[in-house]
Design a binder for this molecule. Structure first.
Ligand SMILES: Cc1cc2nc3c(=O)[nH]c(=O)nc-3n(C[C@H](O)[C@H](O)[C@H](O)COP(=O)(O)OP(=O)(O)OC[C@H]3O[C@@H](n4cnc5c(N)ncnc54)[C@H](O)[C@@H]3O)c2cc1C
Length: 386
C-alpha cells in the first residue's frame, strides 16, 4: 500500500514530534555514557513504528521502504545514527523471517518485535573472512535433534540486549563450485542461554548501541529455528540486502542533512572579520553543493525504494543509492566540521558525532568499493577481479 504525499508528511511530523523529546543533547549524553536509550525505544514502540514494514497480520502497518525512509531521514537529521540504529534493528533484520520463516516462527516472534517486547540482532560478520561471506567458519553441527554451534562473530550490534539472534552458520563445508551453498540461517534465543559469550567492542561512534564480538562454544540451536531451508541460508539473507542498502542510504541522507542544518545555522551566527562566515563564498558554496548532492542522492534512494515496494528488481538502484548517499552524507558532515572551525572538536556542537557516524557508513554494512565492484560486474558486465 503506497501512501500519498500528505500521508508521508504526516509520518514525518509524527516522528518529528517524538524527536522533540530526544534532542541532540540527549543523544550526546547517551553516546558518551554508552547507554541504550530505553525511553526512546519505548516511544517508538508506543507509536507502533517498529511495525512499519511488518504485514498487518502480525500487528504491523504493512507499509513500504518509501515510508520507512521518511522515518530514517527524519531520525537521522534530528537525532543522528544512534536513533536510526534503534529503529533499524527492529525493522530490517526480520526481513528473512517474514519471507522465509515458518508460520509458527512468524506467529510466535513477529508480534513481539512489533510491540517492542523482544529485540533481535543480526549475526553474519566474522573476524577472518571480511566481506567474503562465503568463507564464514561458524559451524552448526547436527547432533541428534539439535545442532551445536561453534565459532566467532564480530561487530554484532545490539547483541547485549537482544532476545534473539538471526545467525548465519555453515552446516556443510565450503564447495568452491557453489561457495554460497551449505550455509544455514537460524533465528534462535540469545539471552540467558549457555554456550555464548558476548564481548562489547570499544568503538569511536554510535555508542548508545553496542557492537560485539560473540564466541559460540557448543551453543544449542534446533531444527525448528531454521529460517528457510538447511543449506540455503545465504539465499534467504540476499532478500534483505537491497532493503538494507536503501535504508542505509536514507540514513546517510538524514545524517548529511542534520550536519548541514547545524553548519548553516552556525555560518549565519558566527562572526569573523565583522561578518558572518557564511557570507564568504568559500563557505557558502560547498554548503550549497552539499544540499544539491543530498537532494540528488535522495531522488536515487526514493527510486530504489519505489522499485522495491513495487516488487521490481532494484539491485543497481539500491547499491547506487547507498554509494551516492554515503558520499554526499559524509561530505556534508565533513564540511560541517570544517566550517565549525575549532568548535567542531567540542562535542557540545554535535557535528563531530554526525561526522564519525557518516564516515562509518562508507564502510559498513557494505563498503563503497564493494558497491563499485557490484556495478562494474553486474551492471556493466566487466570481468570480476576477485
Ligand atoms: C559499527 C559496526 C556495526 C556493525 N554491525 C554489524 C551487525 O550488526 N551484524 C553483522 O553481521 N555485521 C556488522 N558489522 C560488520 C560490517 O558489515 C563489516 O565491518 C563490513 O562489511 C566490512 O567488513 P570488514 O571490516 O571485514 O572488511 P574487509 O573485508 O576486511 O575489507 C577491508 C577493506 O578492503 C576492501 N576490499 C576487500 N575486498 C575487496 C575487493 N575484492 N575489492 C575492493 N575492495 C575490497 C573493503 O571494501 C574494505 O574497504 C558492523 C560493523 C561496524 C563497524
Amino acid at each position: 500500500m503506497a501512501l500519498d504525499q500528505s500521508e508521508l508528511d504526516l509520518i514525518r511530523s509524527s516522528i518529528r514530534k517524538i524527536t522533540e523529546e530526544f534532542d541532540l543533547e540527549y543523544w550526546r549524553r547517551q553516546d558518551a555514557s554508552k547507554s541504550y536509550p530505553w525511553d526512546f525505544k519505548d516511544a517508538l514502540a508506543e507509536g507502533g513504528w517498529f511495525g512499519i514494514l511488518m504485514p498487518e497480520e502480525y500487528g504491523g502497518m504493512g507499509l513500504g521502504l518509501t515510508e520507512a525512509g521518511v522515518v530514517l531521514d527524519e531520525l537521522g537529521q534530528r537525532c543522528g545514527f544512534n536513533a536510526n540504529s534503534i529503529f533499524q534493528y527492529f525493522v530490517f533484520p526480520p526481513g528473512p523471517v517474514i519471507h522465509h520463516g515458518s508460520d509458527a516462527m512468524k506467529a510466535e516472534f513477529l508480534p513481539k518485535l512489533v510491540s517492542g517486547e523482544e529485540m533481535m540482532c543480526f549475526g553474519v560478520s566474522e573476524p577472518d573472512n571480511g566481506v567474503d561471506t562465503s568463507r564464514l567458519k561458524t559451524f552448526a553441527r547436527k547432533e541428534g535433534n539439535r545442532y551445536l554451534v561453534n565459532g566467532r562473530k564480530v561487530w554484532i550490534s545490539n547483541a547485549l540486549n537482544a532476545d534473539r539472534i538471526l545467525l548465519l552458520t555453515r552446516t556443510a563445508a565450503r564447495d568452491p563450485d557453489r561457495p554460497f551453498d551449505g550455509m544455514t540461517l537460524f533465528l534462535t534465543r540469545l539471552k540467558d542461554k549457555t554456550g555464548v559469550q558476548i564481548n562489547r567492542i570499544d568503538k569511536i561512534m554510535r555508542n548508545a548501541v553496542d557492537s560485539n564480538e560473540i564466541v559460540f562454544e557448543d551453543f544449542e540451536v534446533f531444527p525448528d529455528e531454521i529460517v528457510g531451508e538447511e543449506g540455503k541460508g545465504f539465499r534467504c539473507l540476499l532478500d534483505g540486502l537491497n532493503p538494507e542498502r536503501i535504508a542505509v542510504a536514507q540514513t546517510c541522507i538524514g545524517l548529511g542533512r542534520g550536519a548541514l542544518n547545524l553548519v548553516t545555522q552556525y555560518a549565519k551566527d558566527r562572526i569573523v572579520f565583522d561578518r558572518p562566515i557564511g557570507k564568504n563564498q568559500a563557505v557558502a558554496h560547498p554548503l550549497a553543493d552539499s544540499w544539491m548532492r543530498l537532494e540528488a542522492a535522495d531522488l536515487m534512494t526514493q527510486k530504489a525504494a519505489r522499485l522495491f515496494d513495487e516488487g521490481k528488481p532494484c539491485g543497481p538502484e539500491a547499491n547506487t543509492a547507498k554509494y551516492l548517499a554515503s558520499d554526499a552524507g559524509f561530505e556534508a558532515a565533513d564540511r560541517a566540521m570544517q566550517f565549525h572551525g575549532g568548535y567542531s572538536m567540542a562535542t557540545e556542537y554535535h557535528v563531530s558525532r554526525f561526522w564519525m557516524e557518516a564516515r562509518h557508513l562508507k564502510i559498513a554494512p557494505i563498503s563503497q568499493q564493494m558497491v563499485l565492484n557490484f556495478v562494474s560486474d553486474k551492471v556493466l558486465g566487466l570481468p570480476r577481479s576477485y
